[in-house]
Design a protein around this ligand. Sequence first.
Ligand code: HSE
Length: 301
Amino acid sequence: EQVRVFAPATVANMICGFDILGFAVDAPGDEVTMTKVEQLGVRITSIKGDDGRLPLDPDQNTVSACAMKVLEDLGLADEFGIEIELVKHMPIGSGLGSSSASTVAGVFAINALLGNPLTKEELLPYCIEGERLACGHGHADNVAPALMGGITLVRSYEPLDIVALPVPDGMYAGIVFPHVDVPTRDARQLIKDRVALKDAVVQWGNVAGLIAGLYRNDFALIGRSMQDVIIEPVRAILIPQFAEMKEIALSHGALSFGISGSGPSVVAITQSEEAAQTITQEIKKHLDQQEIDSNTYVSAV
Ligand code: HSE
């Protein structure tokens, strides 16, 4: 028996909602092919598209480690084994939820192979553990939208409480990945663990404004709410040409612009696919002039 599962890239934080908000895009994404075999244990038989960077050791690779945990918890690890092929279609350390896409595809695949004994809600904690293995912290703002689709809110981590949010018609994301490596682990260490009350007030005003905007289909409100006064000022220094890219995006009609996840990818939110295309191409042109390679992606939210 064999299943093949695709899971999408995700834009975590949605600029103002550090560790609580995220959305899925149509593409890129990762693909996991999982085969049930007689030989016990979980093995990775091939990884493509990672430039040799991901571990093949089944305890260290998030796809195999999470699949194993599901098998063990269901009491099936002594009955059969699993072989995994992973194809990555997106860069690692890019801020696009690369590890999440692989983990979610893997956890979804093992569940499908077993005849779907677990609900998506029950699969989510396994995916969060995968994130912990990948970067040392179990945030859910990539894995929740990768698993559920659309826009998700992590209302609480303990207990885990995930809320699906409405996606306004005609909301697009233009994403640019400048080719510098920013591991999530490092980008998290930069952030201070104390926040000034005046900044917190601005930020929770923005989060609340964004949620209201999503429910009201109010793009102006969405745009002015998607701003980050806490994380962006610290992390932007890791991203080449951040201020220049923001200027280009806003001057070409982006509703909002900021860091995707922990970066270095950046995201422009627009009200049309055309605007997202123009913005990503203009940013790419600028980065080319600076001799910085980049990839661009445009997707409906
Ligand atoms: N919320 C996480 C962070 C997402 O910003 O560190 C990482 O992709």
